[in-house]
Design a protein. Structure first.
Length: 421
């Protein structure tokens, strides 16, 4: 038996211990049902911007930095290292990306943003892997350190330069955007007809072919690339074995330290890329504090996705969608989401009754009734709730999906070299 196959046999979970995976037709059916439900809510509420081309394009732009941070967290945690420092690594990515971007162009800025995040990841690896410091403590320390370092560097790099100051960089040249001519216009025209389901599908597809940054395309390709590397190569198998059972991996000849270092450094690079995206694509300028907690939200998206790239992407997309709702249409769009959430809870009630979870069904029914009442007795929601909607959505989704989650078995567990001998 080869080392790779032996490692798989040692670290793979038992067949009886997990849930059945959904087949592709079932997944597509769920997606189609969700789209039909959103379309129905749009027709009832009159919030036609919910699935417009602009809404989808905006949601994608807001989801990319979160998704990159979540992808970074996935790399680290699949190797057994909890990366709470994603926020700080994103901060380093924003600063280094902007510093290089305004001087030598946006793509050089992207490269430096990745390198800045890698530095944060490498530091986290040294502290946690080599010195065995608690992963949470190390991550929080890196977050604090990144803020202090970038603030100090800004005083020298940006202050006194035209358009710059101690808290922001000069304007950065934009990265080229692509629009598929003909198809984009046709989909926008179809979306503006506001037909049931057809216009919603057109709006989603239109958002994917209109004004798409080249860096967004790169970021989207990193999701299947991560899946292929971690689940279809011997390298990925060894890396994941370090997160499931490092002692077993060591007995089979895997250099656990090396794979943990690689994973956490790549994790930092992906978070840094997310930060560079914020500075170069999303805003075109570095501003102090512009990450806005997206590193933590990326970590939440990764957990929602059950430590899998596809699920993580869905979690990032959900947050990006709700965040975009408050920017386009604001109170009207979020008010429409009250109706959507109320209907989803009704569906949850029937599902919980089917599974004989009567207490959960009663609670869901009560919350659903409150949401229906809130929706029909009001025309809009308070501005404070609009601002909080993305974060509330994230908390609700995580709480509802908590029972099906399975983290890597050795994630965050201290490991010292030689334990497997």
């Amino acid at each position: 038996m080869s080392t790779s196959k032996a490692t798989a046999a040692r670290v793979a979970p038992t067949k009886g211990g997990g849930r059945r995976k959904l087949s592709l037709p079932v997944v597509l059916l769920i997606i189609a049902g969700a789209l039909a439900l959103v379309s129905l809510v749009r027709l009832i509420s009159g919030a036609n911007d919910v699935t417009s081309v602009g809404q989808v394009a905006g949601a994608l732009e807001l989801a990319v930095p979160i998704g990159l941070a979540g992808l970074g967290g996935l790399w680290a945690e699949r190797a057994g290292v909890v990366n709470i420092g994603l926020e700080g690594m994103m901060v380093l990515g924003t600063w280094f990306g902007a510093w290089a971007g305004f001087q030598w162009g946006p793509w050089v800025g992207v490269l430096f943003g990745i390198l800045g995040g890698c530095l944060g990841g490498l530091l986290h690896a040294v502290i946690t892997v080599t010195f065995g410091v608690n992963h949470i403590v190390s991550g929080v320390a890196i977050n604090i350190l990144a803020v202090g370092v970038t603030r100090y560097l800004s005083n020298f790099a940006f202050d006194g330069i035209q358009g710059g100051s101690s808290k922001q960089s000069p304007r950065i040249d934009p990265i080229d955007k692509i629009t598929i001519p003909g198809l984009s216009d046709w989909l926008q025209a179809l979306q503006q007809q506001h037909w049931f389901l057809i216009s919603d599908l057109a709006g989603i597809l239109g958002g994917l072919v209109t004004g798409l940054s080249l860096l967004t395309v790169v970021a989207l390709l990193l999701i299947p690339a991560t899946w292929w590397i971690l689940w279809r190569t011997p390298f990925g198998l060894r890396l994941r074995s370090c997160g499931e059972s490092p002692v077993a991996a060591e007995t089979l000849g895997v250099n656990v330290y090396k794979y943990k270092y690689i994973a956490v450094t790549v994790s930092g690079g992906l978070a840094g890329l997310g930060g560079a995206f914020l500075a170069i694509v999303a805003t075109g300028i570095y501003q102090e504090g512009q990450t806005g907690g997206r590193g933590y939200i990326g970590l939440a998206a990764m957990i929602f996705g059950n430590w899998m790239p596809g699920g993580m992407a869905l979690g990032a997309g959900l947050f990006g969608f709700t965040d975009s709702l408050k920017l386009r249409g604001g109170a009207e769009n979020v008010h429409a989401m009250l109706l959507l959430l109320a209907i989803l809870l009704v569906i949850a009630v029937f599902w919980q009754l089917y599974r004989k979870k009567y207490v959960a069904a009663v609670i869901s029914a009560a919350v659903s009734a409150l949401l229906f009442t809130w929706y029909f007795l009001t025309d809009q929601v308070p501005s404070q709730f609009v601002d909080a909607a993305p974060y509330v959505t994230t908390l609700l989704v995580l709480s509802l999906s908590a029972q099906r989650l399975r983290m890597p078995k050795a994630d965050g567990v201290p490991y010292r070299k030689g334990e497997g001998k």
